[in-house]
Design a protein around this ligand. Structure first.
Ligand SMILES: Nc1ncnc2c1ncn2[C@@H]1O[C@H](COP(=O)(O)OP(=O)(O)OP(=O)(O)O)[C@@H](O)[C@H]1O
Ligand SMILES: [Mg+2]
Length: 243
């Protein structure tokens, strides 16, 4: 069975895309067949991975305008990738019922020639219906957060949205925990303790992360022994045991 992991926090710049990219890289390193999905209309990962004007994107698959097979591209980083584009934002205006989208996405995954072990969704920074849909599709949810009040507030909002997915599916996704990202320490996130687990290790801050993103790389590829890479690998190992 393919397991779907949504990386979510409606607050911007908390390390969602970086974590999604790093975890896809680490899962693939551990030999898991991994699909990274850009579920953000701003298409950050599509840009970072250097995919220009993809023919089909996430919105086409959700609407059944394209088969997942023809939209998924291979990358030179061992994981596969489903790109995004700004049309994904139109989803917010389409119908109130997500059940159709959820069913179609599941069907598309199940009909692929290569079944994926894991699908990782990188989600947008807004309390939108797209974020809600990404949670409705997910089996598991990981919430990166920094120590800023807004970031922690966003993290708590995700828990409310997880509960709201009950409207679209019989089981709600499992919350895996809060990930202290971009230099946040667990001790900075004390207020979150009562809401759920704080994951270990925290992800250190390093200028290399951004430098490597500009070179269309994850830090895991180019600075394999850096503290950030080691932490993301350790996190990936832990998450694979949990999922
Ligand atoms: N561990 C880190 N150390 C230093 N910089 C980092 C780290 N992780 C992420 N960044 C940088 O912080 C910025 C925000 O990270 P990222 O894009 O992953 O967050 P996001 O939550 O996906 O943001 P958005 O709201 O734009 O979707 C980026 O410039 C990224 O390169
Ligand atoms: Mg992002």
């Amino acid at each position: 069975m393919t397991k779907i992991l949504s990386i979510a926090n409606p607050t911007g710049g908390v390390g969602k895309s970086t974590s999604a990219h790093a975890l896809a890289t680490a899962f693939a390193e551990y030999g898991r067949r991994t699909l990274l999905v850009d579920f953000d209309p701003r298409a950050t990962l599509t840009f970072i991975l250097g995919i220009n004007e993809p023919r089909f994107t996430t919105i086409d698959v959700l609407r059944s305008d394209a088969r997942a097979d023809s939209a998924i591209v291979s990358t030179n980083h061992r994981f596969s990738f489903l790109p995004s584009d700004s049309r994904l934002s139109h989803l917010s205006e389409e119908g109130k019922d997500f059940s159709g989208f959820v069913r179609r996405f599941e069907e598309e995954l199940s009909t692929l020639d290569t079944a994926f072990d894991y699908v990782i969704l990188d989600t947008p920074s807004e309390l939108s219906r797209i974020l809600l849909l990404s949670l409705a599709l997910a089996d598991f949810v990981l919430v990166p957060t920094t120590s800023s009040v807004l970031s922690m507030r966003g993290a708590i909002h995700v828990l409310e949205l997880i509960t709201a997915t009950a409207e679209y599916r019989s089981t709600t996704p499992n919350f895996l925990g809060f990930l202290p990202a971009i230099g946040a320490q667990s001790s900075d996130l004390d207020q979150l303790h009562k809401y759920g687990e704080l994951l270990d290790p925290a992800i250190a801050k390093s200028a290399l992360v951004n430098e490597e993103a500009l070179r269309q790389q994850s830090i895991l590829n180019s600075a394999q022994q850096s503290a950030v890479s080691v932490a993301y690998r350790e996190l990936a190992y832990f998450l694979l045991e949990r999922m």
